[in-house]
Design a protein around this ligand. Structure first.
Ligand SMILES: Cc1cc2nc3c(=O)[nH]c(=O)nc-3n(C[C@H](O)[C@H](O)[C@H](O)COP(=O)(O)O)c2cc1C
Length: 377
């Protein structure tokens, strides 16, 4: 019987492109397969990463992934926290708590990316502040997520002042610096997607500001660019910095950018011009046209308008053929969410042409916390 191990995977020739090393802003990744960021609300109540998390994350590195992106980590002790039991990077104690997690992953030669996030208006659990902040006083659509301890509708946020915006930007910078210098992360991903604060600024219907942060797409992407600049300044040129971008949101799955490819050009083009090292694009089904029934995918557009940035593709790609097509479509790397939860050894399975386990939603219910049953997968 054929067996595969990490050092010498037996790779079907057709899947070989997924197992080519990749240089990402100077960081060498052993292959093109990444774990997508997934919030599992399994930190301590005070935002420290737990032993359970260390165990959970190590399995992905052992299973052959070439890069692990963490769950969204909150950045400051103001309005960024989104969920109870979410890990933070808001002080050195929280940063220290990641060391055993990183040790377990990096021991396999696998780099780890800290995803930094500010929840903005869709925060549903923050132990530092009452209430939420957002670009504008617009109550978010949808309902809070029970599997992250939420109930009912979202609260009405207050509109951020310039000082609060500056604090949020500084929070990203401080958290990025701590993630790299204290915890030992290899790279940083700024969460600009999925309906959280930076996406609230980028989205037409959640941003009604008439100052320099609102209006045209170019103005609405400004906050993400400011955060990118600050993070870059704080971590230095040698640390890869990426931004995650989506159209859909956790509270609006079907949102599409109103101006289609013109918006894509502004968003990806300005990130590329700002020197982003990678853009992580997520769509529900990443191989489908970004707008309407025909035309290019969002992955393709990211590469087209930010050719110097590496593109990470995500969204229902946990099939070897789909993952390879994403590479052919412009991606440099493919990230897996639910496919990785069900198959922490997905790369080894791809390499050995073994079938994947189906994702079982029981993993995420009734709460999304890491389950003991999962740790034996
Ligand atoms: C339990 C769970 C938690 C998630 N948490 C995050 C998160 O913290 N940050 C983020 O950018 N995306 C998050 N996502 C979205 C995933 O990264 C990914 O985009 C989504 O699962 C679609 O990819 P897939 O089809 O490979 O699962 C989460 C998804 C799941 C299932």
């Amino acid at each position: 019987m054929r067996t595969a191990d990490k050092a010498h995977p037996i790779v079907d020739a057709a899947a070989a492109s997924l197992f080519q090393p990749l240089s990402l802003g100077g960081l060498v990744l052993p292959n093109r397969l990444a774990v997508a960021p997934m919030t599992r609300v399994s930190a301590d109540e005070d935002g420290r990463a737990s032993a359970r998390m260390a165990h959970y994350y190590e399995r992905f590195a052992r299973g052959g992934f070439g890069m692990v992106v963490t769950e969204g980590i909150y950045t400051d002790q103001q309005f960024s926290q989104g969920y109870r039991f979410q890990p933070g990077m808001s002080d050195d104690g929280q940063a220290d708590s990641w060391k055993p997690v990183l040790f377990g992953i990096q021991a396999h030669g696998v780099p780890v990316v800290a995803q930094l996030m500010h929840a903005g208006a869709i925060s549903q659990g923050n132990r530092f502040r009452e209430g939420t902040v957002a670009p504008s006083v617009i109550q978010p659509q949808g309902r809070q997520m029970p599997f992250y301890y939420g109930t009912g509708t979202y609260g009405r946020p207050s509109a951020m002042t310039d000082a609060q915006i500056a604090d949020a930007v500084a929070g990203f910078g401080n958290a990025a610096k701590r993630a790299v210098a204290v915890a030992g992360f290899d790279a940083v991903e700024i969460h600009g997607a999925n309906g959280y604060l930076l996406d609230q600024f980028m989205t037409d219907y959640t941003n009604a500001r008439e100052d320099r942060w609102g209006g045209s797409t170019r103005s609405r992407i400004r906050l993400s660019l400011e955060v990118l600049k600050e993070v870059r300044h704080r971590v230095g040129a040698a640390v890869p910095v990426g931004v995650r971008i989506s159209q859909a949101k956790v509270n609006d799955f079907s949102h599409k950018w109103q101006r289609g490819e013109e918006d894509a050009e502004v968003i990806f083009g300005s990130l590329g011009d700002a020197g982003v090292d990678f853009i992580h694009v997520t769509e529900f089904e990443a191989w489908k046209p970004a707008f309407g029934d025909a035309g290019p995918t969002l992955v393709h557009l990211a590469k087209k308008y930010a050719p110097a940035a590496a593109v990470v593709a995500n969204g229902n790609l946990h099939e070897v053929g789909k993952a390879m097509s994403a590479l052919g479509d412009g991606a440099d790397m493919v990230a897996f969410g639910r496919g990785a939860l069900a198959n922490p050894d997905l790369p080894k399975r791809f390499a050995a042409q073994l079938p994947l386990r189906d994702f079982d939603p029981v993993i995420l219910g009734p709460l999304a916390d890491i389950k003991a049953s999962e740790l034996s997968l």
